[in-house]
Design a protein around this ligand. Structure first.
Ligand code: 5AD
Ligand code: SF4
Length: 472
């Protein structure tokens, strides 16, 4: 794991000026050349990739989705579980073959995985064809690194966070729905989680800078913004100013973008003020992702989550009572060390009590350098897999039950893109974050329309554009 040291702090301070100068660097050196970008992991990585796309576009590359056409390949990696690593190394194997026929191909590996010492060493030893390795704290240095790329591997990964940058030239994936970073890093140090190490300590952006970005997005015609952070509730706690998330959310809502969302919330510092602000503003969407992780207070303690099963249920109840119709999804880990059958049953009990709209479920994966990795992983693979299956079955039954409640109802959907489910179909999300595949709305991408729901599955709804409701 990367631990800050004085020598690096000095180098980093000296480099800060150069890194700043690299921000939004422009060049026509690569005109006519193409980039292929692959993103692994969470929304934070998806948004970082929008920054990477901005950097590559500023260097005059254009995007390709055909690996064989690429002059430069960038992998934006994830470290959250072991299988995220495996996928990247598998993909690098493919790239090695490509590079044999195309020696000038520039290969870059960045993001969370690159932030781990062991990975940087492995890339040096076993993947020397990778030209550039960059971390999460110096994405904006990538432009300079590409301009200076050579056959020698250039590794620039810092364990010290450095400054928060403003005025980043993002190349956003959507013209209708935008991510807005409100903070970087995480100070929670849940015992299983690698994020505080790969993303560093919490650094909030200043409220006026965030609101300026929201206003600009509104002026550009965006219909939806999602405020993004590893733990948005803790927004501002690292700053001298008296900022908190409830105030930020309220100020953002007043800018009058039609839809405001936020991810992710930690149950620990979810305040009454936040709940009241969400309830008060119709343009703050009634949808909260509230990771539970486990329903057993014993396991929650081992996970360092700072709340009990009872605390979670109390918060859940308060949200449901104050924000009518609010949908709630969650994350759950099974097979954490020392999780007994009884502990697992408690997780199932909480799922039954909360009847979540959806849940992302995971088998515990020990991450090197985290405190939990030191606890003996004493649950067999078979038991972990069986628990995951049982949990998924229960979770999916509730998703389907909730989705069925939408059938024959008319709901507002922001249409975001063509649908994979058929030629004349488009898709989008309800206010409660349900995915809907829609017929009869081919010309409505980018609009919020009324949709009549015709059928429901566990993970999506089908619907038709509701013409009469739109006329009235
Ligand atoms: N093993 C399994 N799942 C993990 N998560 C985070 N770290 C681990 C790990 N080591 C899950 C948590 C988190 C989500 C983003 O990933 O549920 O909320
Ligand atoms: Fe990881 Fe916990 Fe921070 Fe979420 S709150 S990023 S699970 S340490």
């Amino acid at each position: 794991m990367n631990l800050p040291n004085l020598k690096e702090a000095k180098i980093r301070t000296n480099k800060e000026v150069a890194i700043k100068e690299a921000l939004n660097l422009k060049s026509d050196k690569f005109k006519g050349q193409k980039f292929y970008l692959k993103t692994y992991g969470c929304q934070m990585n998806v948004h970082d990739s929008e920054e990477i796309k901005g950097i590559l576009t500023n260097l005059s590359f254009s995007e390709t989705t055909d690996l064989n056409e690429a002059d430069i390949i960038v992998l934006n990696t994830c470290a959250i579980r072991e299988n995220a690593h495996d996928k990247v190394f598998g993909f690098l194997g493919r790239i090695k073959h490509l590079k044999r026929n195309k020696p000038d191909l520039i290969v870059c590996v960045g993001g969370c995985m690159a932030q781990e010492n062991s990975v940087a060493n492995l890339l040096k030893e076993k993947y020397p064809f990778v030209n550039i390795v960059f971390g999460t704290h110096n994405i904006n240095e990538l432009g300079t690194m590409i301009l200076n790329a050579s056959s020698n591997q250039d590794i620039e990964v810092y364990s010290i966070e450095g400054d928060v940058y403003e005025n980043i030239d993002y190349k956003r994936d959507s013209k209708y729905s935008a991510w807005v970073n409100i903070m970087y890093g995480c100070d929670k140090f849940c015992t299983y989680c690698i994020v505080p190490y790969t993303r560093g300590k919490q650094r909030s952006r200043k409220m006026p800078d965030i609101l300026k970005e929201v206003q600009t997005l509104k002026d550009e015609g965006y219909q939806e913004i999602t405020l993004l952070g590893q733990n948005v509730n803790a927004y501002g706690k690292d700053l001298a100013e008296n900022y908190d998330f409830a105030t930020l959310l309220e100020e953002a809502a007043r800018i009058n973008i039609p839809r405001i969302r936020f991810v992710t919330s930690h149950p620990w510092d979810f305040t009454d003020e936040m709940i009241n602000v969400i309830a008060k503003y119709p343009n703050i969407m009634p949808y909260i992702h509230l990771p539970l992780q486990s329903g057993s207070s014993k396991i929650l303690k081992l996970m360092g989550r700072r709340y009990t099963k009872e605390d979670y249920l109390k918060l859940y109840q308060k949200i449901k009572e104050t924000i009518p119709g609010c949908s709630i999804t969650t994350d759950i880990i099974v097979g954490f060390p020392n999780e007994t059958e009884e502990d697992f049953k408690e997780t199932l009990d909480v799922v039954n009590t909360c009847a979540f709209d959806g849940a992302y479920t995971f088998i515990y994966s020990p991450r090197e350098g985290t405190p939990a990795a030191l606890i003996k992983d004493n649950i067999s693979k078979e038991v972990k897999e069986a628990r995951l299956q049982t949990l998924n079955k229960l979770v999916n039954s509730y998703s389907l039950k909730h989705n069925k409640e939408y059938v024959n109802k008319i709901v507002k959907v922001l249409v975001t893109s063509p649908s994979e489910k058929g030629e004349n179909k488009v898709c989008g999300y309800t206010e409660t974050m349900k995915l809907v595949n829609i017929t009869g709305a081919s010309n409505d991408i980018g609009k919020i329309i009324d949709v009549k729901i015709t059928s429901a599955k566990s993970f999506s709804l089908d619907g038709e554009k509701e013409i009469f409701a739109n006329i009235s």
